[in-house]
Design a protein around this ligand. Structure first.
Ligand code: KG4
Ligand code: ZN
Length: 351
């Protein structure tokens, strides 16, 4: 394909559109982060869907304008069709179906997490398999072994909360704003990460053994709800609002340190197990500087860390367009894209 591709992302609370040229370079990218949810401390699905509906047309127009591309010049439309909030997904998928039909061009459904996997590729042509991928977002925590594009061996996933979800919930407990990740990272910058010793769930375990909550968890599985509860208990013990104010940076830093220990520890153990020191990190939590610094420091001189810049780590249409290009080249599309709230990444197998 030699014509530009349009990518559409509406799985959660970002309405985004991007135009890439035939080589995968970003010609235009617009991300509208919905602020209607802020007062609720989390995403309200109904409000998300309505806001996507209001924004999708102007967001696409702005992306095309930035790219200097007319609708008639487009060669294909890629849309994030799963997983996510169903009402939000339906807006992007329905809009894209109608547009592709009207323009008589292919419509390529993309799995949102495969989109995150392609995020780093937008800025670094070396970001190609083989690598171990840590995908950390508001809804997912996945550790994958990727020997080649399209073959995804699931090494581990979360047993309860996703990593981003843990940041969001702990932010709420600490009285910080949504989204919690950036708020915790900012607060943590002023804090002492050694002040509180929070648990590192499922870290350093042998896998499969033991009893209780983590009994059936594999070596590379994650669990964050106990960590969240530990922070909540500690906060409940803080005697006064003034004291909490003073302790907040230390609580944020200590929590972040625990999450980074777990995410980086498991990712590096997986890289060692696969005999491959190439690591890719994607998803909103990949914007976290402490996480990236830890991974970078640990991959070793012979290894590589692939991570997108924060704008391309969060939900965006460019990663969807890039993953769509890959699926299009493989001839792996066709039929009508169906929106689906839950779906495995195409090509995933459990090791
Ligand atoms: O991938 P994403 O933009 O949306 C989903 O697919 O869910 O990820 C959003 C998640 C939120 O939970 C947010 O708190 C988290 O990513 N996040 C961060 C940071 N920036 C965003 N977590 C930790 N540190 C950050 N700097
Ligand atoms: Zn995402």
């Amino acid at each position: 394909m030699t014509r530009p591709i349009l990518g559409i992302e509406t799985t959660c609370d970002e309405t985004s559109a991007a135009v890439l040229d035939a080589h995968g370079a970003i010609l235009g990218l617009v991300i509208h982060s919905q602020d209607v949810h802020r007062v609720y401390g989390g995403v309200v699905p109904e409000l998300a869907a309505r806001d996507h509906l209001r924004r999708i047309e102007p967001v696409v127009e702005a992306a095309l304008g930035e790219a200097g591309v007319r609708r008639g010049d487009l060669g294909a439309i890629a849309v994030a069709a799963a997983p996510g909030l169903i009402g939000a997904l339906l807006v992007g998928v329905t809009w894209s179906r109608a547009a592709a039909f009207a323009l008589a061009i292919p419509l390529v459904p993309v799995h949102h997490m495969e989109g995150h996997l392609f995020g780093p590729v937008l800025e670094d042509p070396d970001a190609v398999p083989p690598f171990v991928a840590l995908l950390v977002s508001g809804g997912h925590t996945l550790l994958l072994w990727v020997p080649e594009w399209g073959r995804y061996h699931l090494l581990g996933e979360t047993r309860d909360d996703a990593a981003g979800e843990a940041f969001d919930k702990v932010a709420r407990i600490l009285g910080l704003t949504y989204p919690g990740g950036p708020a915790i990272e900012r607060a943590a910058a002023e804090g002492d990460a050694a002040r509180y010793r929070f648990p590192r769930p499922l870290l350093g375990r042998k896998g499969g053994a033991g009893s209780g909550r983590g009994a059936r968890a594999g070596l590379f599985d994650f669990s964050f709800s106990g960590l969240k509860t530990a922070v909540a208990r500690t906060v409940a013990d803080v005697e006064s609002p003034a004291r909490l104010e003073a302790e907040r940076p230390h609580l944020a830093a200590s929590f972040q340190e625990a999450v980074v220990d777990v995410l980086a520890g498991k990712t590096l153990a997986a890289a060692r197990a696969m005999g491959c020191e190439r690591v890719l990190v994607g998803g909103g939590v990949a914007a976290n500087r402490a996480l990236k610094a830890r991974l970078l420091g640990a991959v070793g001189p012979g290894g590589r860390l692939f991570a997108a810049s924060p704008r391309l780590s969060m939900d965006n249409g460019a990663m969807i367009a890039r993953a769509g290009m890959y699926r299009l080249q493989r001839g792996d599309f066709g039929g009508l894209a169906e929106a689906s709230a839950r779906a495995p990444i195409p090509g995933v197998v459990r090791r």
